[in-house]
Design a protein around this ligand. Structure first.
Ligand SMILES: [Zn+2]
Length: 676
């Protein structure tokens, strides 16, 4: 008997973690793929395709497979081991092949197309129209309308692109691992915090250089060195190494790979009828098209650049004052910024931690959600868990009606990957009149309690918790009919609105008063400390904004330009970024060859979405600021139009329904101190 293939006999049909063994996964996935294939065959056997028997049936299909995959991949992230990792290498290709089998199924597509062609006569709701459009587009964007020869070419391109992307990433990693800055004179470590020195000594030990210190290009090693090391020549050396990765004309050079990828992406877009790759991507984004993104970025740049220039003037004067520095260089930026920040704001993590005991913060998050959206969290010890550190809750509304299951998994351990994320074990949908409520989880790596102290969070950890909880609300409050449109299944540049907006509450006194109490004395967090947190958050926002915009512009330039016009990566990058570089150029450095977000990850023509989401969250939160951060009417509207709506309609429509107008950047500029 395989518990993954049985009906889950647990509270709310939650995953039966107590019964699942590693050896259950592979046979369960194989069986569930068979079941999903039978469902597809059934859809194809119906004589007259219509919306229900084809489009909805497809959305309903593969339920068991989705459930098993969710359990498996969530465990692979949160509680993995060598066995699970080995299984992942076997299971992932099975799932890719299965999803390709569906998307390339011509008989299935022809049915979808028949329904799509009747769409004007079908009298569908907006949600149904969106589902039809999304389903049809998923096939078309995968080449369903191409002839055989073109289809074969598209497959070839996809295969080559995925190999090139992997190669790109491997080269960046190899370059990162290859370099080491070896220090044998302790004086050269001057300025570095003890913990960083210790870590560098340990790295040296591991690399067979006991008694020395080694810094690498891995970010947790690189960043502290650039931030604290007094030795300017060494900072320059490390900076140069970091910014010349995969561009040295050897076997690890990524420049040719970039050109090949751009040519292939362009060819793929053209095959599918789009002028450029950016047009293909942006069709399924809130931003809609490339000109809108460019206007968005340039508009922000105009506002941020004067502020950034002022910030640099201030920093230059500070460095001159402190060390007699005549010319501030790129390798000086983090170092003097840190010192200036300390001087200006006198606020650090250790000062704040006592006010942020984890249990208090969790309580604060729950109370905030209750005040805003009328939901309550009740711990339920009968819900099976995959690790004793996990807490499981039942989420109910104020009448006690069941809304969701919520898992919280907060502490680092071996087997959990870095970072913080929200995920789900089960999506929400309404089927045969029954509302299937979601099972949502957040996984973090917070400061652990010790023998003498409870878990005391940094402010950054507090905002992280609120952020992930915002995503979780998007999942838990989902209220749609179809799983593929429900919860966080929204366009990429819209998905961070619920999470980022929720962070705003952490900066508000009325919210902090609910939970930010000293863990020993119970005293509330002082008002001046709150103000300091706010001020520090705005430090160098102009410079940081310009920097983010410069990456967004570079990304758009690569994916919106005829690749034949990009002959030299170096001069292309220089030209595109010219207007956004505020510190002197450093010869031979290049960022494109290690720009993994767009050449390896999924951010191609999407880097702008970081700033896009910030504009949305600041603009949306402004309404709460105007009417009160716990204003019920505003919260109800946000819940109805954003949190519960998922991807039912285009995000522009949903947003406008909440805000009463299109989003504007002013609130972000104001929050970041970039106005005037
Ligand atoms: Zn997020």
């Amino acid at each position: 008997m395989n518990p993954l293939l049985e009906k889950f006999n647990t509270p709310f049909e939650t995953a039966p973690f107590q019964l699942i063994k590693n050896e259950h996964f592979l046979p369960a996935v194989k069986k569930a793929i068979e079941l999903a294939k039978e469902e597809i065959t059934a859809i194809k056997s119906i004589a007259l395709p219509d919306f229900e028997n084809t489009i909805v049936a497809l959305d309903r299909s593969g339920e068991k497979l989705n459930s098993i995959s969710a359990i498996f991949f969530n465990l692979n992230s949160a509680e993995t081991n060598v066995h699970i990792q080995t299984l992942a290498r076997e299971i992932s290709p099975l799932l890719t092949a299965h999803s390709n089998d569906i998307l390339l199924d011509e008989a299935l597509f022809s049915r979808i197309q028949q329904v799509y062609e009747q769409k004007s006569q079908l009298q569908l709701t907006e949600e149904q129209k969106t589902l039809l459009e999304k389903t049809y587009k998923a096939f078309v964007r995968n080449g369903a309308r191409l002839d055989e020869k073109q289809k074969a070419r598209l497959r070839e391109i996809d295969k080559e692109l995925s190999q090139l992307g992997l190669k790109f990433g491997e080269n960046v990693l190899a370059e990162t691992n290859k370099y080491e800055l070896v220090i044998d004179n302790e004086d050269d470590l001057s300025g570095l915090p003890e913990a960083i020195k210790e870590a560098a000594a340990q790295t040296a030990e591991e690399k067979g250089k006991p008694g020395q210190w080694v810094f690498t290009l891995a970010f947790p090693s690189y960043l502290p060195f650039m931030t604290y090391a007094e030795n300017r020549a060494l900072r320059k050396e490390l900076f140069t190494a970091y910014n010349t990765k995969a561009s040295k004309g050897d076997a690890l050079d990524n420049r040719a790979h970039i050109k090949n990828m751009l040519a292939l992406k362009n060819e793929r877009a053209k095959l599918l009828g789009y002028p450029r790759f950016a047009d293909f991507v942006l069709e399924e984004r809130m931003a809609k098209n490339a000109p809108a993104v460019m206007e968005f970025l340039h508009n922000l740049l105009d506002k941020a650049k004067p502020k950034a220039e002022k910030e640099l003037e201030e920093l230059t004067a500070f460095a001159k004052d402190l060390d007699g520095l005549e010319q501030l260089e790129k390798w000086d930026f983090a170092y003097y910024s840190e010192k200036l920040k300390k001087k200006k704001y006198e606020v650090d993590d250790e000062l704040l931690r006592p006010y942020f005991k984890l249990e208090n913060v969790i309580d604060g998050v729950f109370t905030t959600a209750e005040k805003l959206f009328g939901i309550r969290f009740i711990e339920n010890k009968d819900i099976p868990k995959y690790h004793p550190d996990v807490t499981a809750y039942e989420v109910v509304d104020l009448e006690g009606k069941h809304l969701a299951v919520f898992y919280a998994d907060f502490f680092p351990r071996e087997g959990k990957r870095n970072g913080a994320w929200m995920t789900s074990y089960r999506g929400q949908k309404v089927m045969d009149g029954k509302d299937h409520r979601p099972h949502v989880s957040i996984v973090c790596n917070f400061t652990k309690p010790t023998k003498s102290k409870p878990s005391l969070l940094t402010f950054n950890e507090v905002t992280t918790l609120f952020h992930e909880f915002g995503h979780a609300l998007h999942g838990m409050l989902a209220n749609g009919n179809y799983e593929s449109l429900s919860g966080t299944s929204v366009y990429w540049d819209f998905v961070e609105l619920p999470s980022q907006i929720f962070e705003n509450w952490c900066y508000e006194k009325d919210c902090l008063d609910l939970f930010a109490k000293h863990y020993e004395t119970g005293a509330g967090i002082p008002v001046d400390l709150i103000q300091k947190i706010k001020n520090a958050a705005n430090f160098q926002q102009g410079y940081q904004t310009v920097r983010q915009i410069s990456f967004g512009l570079l990304d758009m330039a690569y994916h919106g330009t005829d690749p034949e016009k990009i002959t030299d990566i170096h001069s292309f990058e220089r030209k595109v970024m010219q207007n956004t570089q505020l510190l002197p150029e450093v010869k031979d450095t290049l960022m494109s060859t290690s720009f993994s977000h767009i050449f390896q990850g999924g951010y191609a023509a999407g880097y702008y979405s970081y700033k896009w989401a910030e504009v949305l969250d600041a603009d949306a939160f402004e309404l709460f600021l105007e009417r009160g951060i716990f204003d019920k009417v505003t919260a109800d509207s946000f819940k109805e139009n954003v949190l519960s709506a998922g991807g039912k309609e285009h995000p522009s429509i949903l947003y406008k329904r909440f805000r009463g107008r299109e989003p504007r950047p002013e609130a972000l500029l104001k929050r970041a101190g970039l106005l005037n």
